[in-house]
Design a protein around this ligand. Structure first.
Ligand SMILES: *[C@@H]1O[C@H](CO)[C@@H](O)[C@H](O)[C@H]1NC(C)=O
Ligand SMILES: *[C@@H]1O[C@H](CO)[C@@H](O)[C@H](O)[C@H]1NC(C)=O
Ligand SMILES: *[C@@H]1O[C@H](CO)[C@@H](O)[C@H](O)[C@H]1NC(C)=O
Ligand SMILES: *[C@@H]1O[C@H](CO)[C@@H](O)[C@H](O)[C@H]1NC(C)=O
Length: 398
């Protein structure tokens, strides 16, 4: 016998087996009004009612329930029940009434039934997480976050979350988490890394902003992009810079990005080496100043614009060594204020609450960064690097 025939027979065998199940209805006693005979009548099935009781000659006659009426079980009543349930405020019809079931209402999403009314699900406050979300019948169950977990929101759905493990992200913990706050890691962004890196030093900033002619040729930015050695700044980034910044700022942003992109390249290393001379000059002016935390905070408060937050300054102190404190503070302050011109900003320093020596040295520093030395540096490095095209433009503008 081949396999096909075998299956065909198997199916045939099953399909011809007749399953007949006789349902015998439940009975009820009924006295025939004419003969006074005590009869045993059939009950009517769900969805119907007794239209005529049985007689000695006839079986019970059942009819379907009229609309808006139902009967749920076998019974011998001469009417169906009315679909009495009406959905109330904050409820929706979960099952419409039909011939066998009354209407079923349920609280809408986010609400549950308490006695007769729908109430809103409880929200767990910060420090507490949802262990069981509410249903249409039950409220949210909240529990305090255990050690290692936190919830920083008021929510009827959010569970406690595990604290971020700074260690597994290759970072150090700046602030340990608790029940309401996640741990904070030292941020690993351009502006601040665990190595106290400064994205754009004061010398670079002076140079990059110096490179901006006071009157810009319309395509200056594009010429610069084409002329810069090393990895080119991508079109998309250039578009973003053009959209976000005014024309003076665009050059600074472009050079900053170019520098970050080409940090490891020789072309830039050549530039950086010479900039190192300038950096030494900067350190000569402010490197020996050793400020206490309070003095650094006072310095921040004395600078114009948006202030770097106290906590951020404290985090900075943990990763930076003392000669870099002021420089890093100024770098954070620049970033905080949307990359404003640091050197111009320092001019508006209020000197009242900071040590006089600091104010004096900062003033000297500004003069240094605007000195002929800086212009020579600009000529030596930048014009040579970018080429004659830009040189002529720059000369034309000066
Ligand atoms: C009537 O509604 C119930 C649920 O409420 C459902 O189980 C049943 O199949 C429905 N009957 C008909 C005839 O639609
Ligand atoms: C949790 O830590 C935050 C800062 O990370 C702090 O402001 C808050 O007071 C702390 N809460 C408790 C209960 O310790
Ligand atoms: C809650 O913590 C997460 C993770 O640290 C953070 O992204 C989010 O902004 C915080 N939300 C509030 C309201 O503080
Ligand atoms: C700066 O002062 C602190 C204490 O105020 C001291 O521990 C540290 O060695 C000083 N650093 C320098 C470079 O003088």
């Amino acid at each position: 016998m081949n396999r096909l025939t075998y299956y065909a027979l198997a199916i045939f065998n099953i399909s011809v087996t007749p399953i007949v199940q006789e349902i015998s209805p439940p009975k009820y006693h009924h006295k025939d009004p004419e003969t006074s005979e005590r009869l045993l009548c059939d009950q009517c099935p769900p969805g119907t009612y007794v239209r005529q009781h049985c007689t000695a000659a006839r079986k019970t006659e059942c009819s379907p329930c009229p609309s808006n009426h139902y009967s749920e079980h076998w019974h011998y009543s001469q009417e169906c029940k009315y679909c009495s349930v009406v959905c109330k405020e904050m409820q929706y019809v979960q099952q419409e009434c039909n011939s066998t079931h009354n209407r079923v209402c349920e609280c809408i999403d986010g609400w549950y039934l308490e006695l007769e009314f729908c109430l809103r699900h409880r929200k767990c406050p910060p420090g507490f997480g949802v262990v069981q979300p509410g249903t249409s019948e039950s409220d949210t169950i909240c529990r305090r976050c255990t050690k290692g977990f936190f919830s920083n929101e008021t929510s009827s759905t959010a569970a406690c979350q595990q604290h971020t493990s700074c260690h597994s992200l290759g970072m150090r913990t700046a602030v340990k988490g608790n029940a309401t706050h996640d741990s904070l890691c030292y941020q690993n962004t351009e502006a601040s890394t665990s190595k106290c890196e400064i994205d754009v030093s004061l010398c670079e900033e002076a140079l990059f902003r110096f490179a901006v002619p006071s009157e810009l040729a319309p395509n200056w930015l594009n010429i610069l992009v084409e002329s810069l050695p090393g990895m080119k700044v991508k079109e998309a980034n250039l578009d973003r810079i053009k959209q976000k910044y005014n024309s003076q700022e665009q050059i600074f942003q472009l050079l900053k990005l170019w520098k970050l992109q080409n940090k490891e390249q020789d072309v830039v290393k050549n530039v950086i080496q010479d900039i190192d001379l300038c950096e030494k000059g900067v350190l000569k002016h402010i490197g020996h100043i050793n400020l206490t935390t309070d003095e650094l905070l006072a310095l921040m408060q004395s600078l114009p614009g948006k202030k770097v937050l106290k906590d951020d300054i404290k985090s900075m102190l943990l990763v930076c060594n003392s000669p870099k404190h002021i420089l890093k503070l100024l770098s954070l302050w620049r970033t905080k204020n949307g990359d404003h011109d640091t050197i111009r900003g320092i001019r508006h320093l209020k000197t009242k609450n900071i040590p006089p020596a600091v104010a004096q040295n900062l003033k000297k520093l500004i003069r240094f960064l605007h000195s002929p030395t800086m212009y020579r540096l600009y000529q030596k490095l930048f014009l040579k690097m970018i080429g004659n095209q830009v040189q002529s433009l720059k000369a034309g503008c000066l």
